[in-house]
Design a protein around this ligand. Structure first.
Ligand SMILES: NC(=O)c1ccc[n+]([C@@H]2O[C@H](COP(=O)([O-])OP(=O)(O)OC[C@H]3O[C@@H](n4cnc5c(N)ncnc54)[C@H](OP(=O)(O)O)[C@@H]3O)[C@@H](O)[C@H]2O)c1
Length: 202
């Protein structure tokens, strides 16, 4: 699979490392490709990165994602967009307390199939789930079952078992996964920054 990873920061480079190790190909999309020429895959302008992508990962800072992606609606039409963002202020307050970035992206990009996932845990665990002592849980939200299946297969390629993935339902459920960030931050502080994830037990 060819993946366009938008952004060149911590999550973009961490995920790209996992995708490349799984045998996928990656192109990074950036505002300033020349400044990031040393990354593990080609870096091009954001709109250019979308060309030929089987899947697009939004690893931009969440607060700027709508402004960056809305003008690219025609380039994103027909594509699957995996959004990993937690839209919070620098003080870790919710930017969209009555909504979520996932819902707002889907509304702004009606011809794109938005899937929310990978936003509820540290990036290092995303690409190395076995680094935790026990299996943990991941969530998926989105309107399109085919798009969610594509994202699920990508996540399985990163080392997750399908049984660890929980389909929450439509994109409206992204609000639950994004607002979980409040609990995530509280736990991160309580655990003094030690990487962790949650596990849903029935
Ligand atoms: N950090 C984690 O462990 C973690 C875990 C789960 C989810 N997330 C989510 O993943 C996303 C990325 O997080 P990160 O930690 O990788 O952030 P980051 O290191 O700050 O990188 C985000 C990228 O956004 C782009 N960007 C920054 N400011 C921008 C602006 N004003 N306009 C347009 N683009 C801008 C930059 O790409 P260019 O300079 O190349 O354009 C940058 O590389 C966030 O939404 C975050 O909530 C993070």
């Amino acid at each position: 699979m060819h993946i366009a990873v938008l952004g060149t920061g911590h999550m973009a480079t961490t995920l790209a490392g996992g995708f490349l190790a799984a045998g996928d190909t990656v192109t990074f999309g950036s505002r300033d490709p020349e400044r990031h020429a040393d990354l593990s895959a080609p870096v091009v302008a954001t709109a250019e990165a979308l060309r030929d992508a089987d899947l697009v990962v939004n690893a931009l800072q969440a607060a700027f994602s709508l402004d960056v992606l809305r003008p690219l609606a025609s380039e994103l039409a027909g594509r699957v967009l995996l959004d990993i963002g937690n839209a919070v202020t620098p003080e870790f307050d919710l930017l969209y307390p009555e909504a979520s970035l996932g819902e707002l992206l889907q509304a702004a990009l009606p011809d794109t199939r938005v899937v929310k996932s990978l936003n509820t845990l540290p990036g290092t665990i995303t690409v190395d789930p076995a680094s935790l002592a026990e299996p943990t849980s991941l969530f998926l939200s989105g309107e399109d079952s085919g798009a969610k299946a594509l994202v699920a297969s990508l996540i399985v390629d990163l080392g997750w078992e399908r049984s660890q993935l929980i389909d929450l339902g439509g994109i409206a459920t992204a609000r639950a996964a994004e607002h979980y960030f409040l609990l995530f931050v509280a736990m991160m502080q309580s655990l003094h920054g030690q990487p962790f994830n949650i596990r849903v037990v029935r």
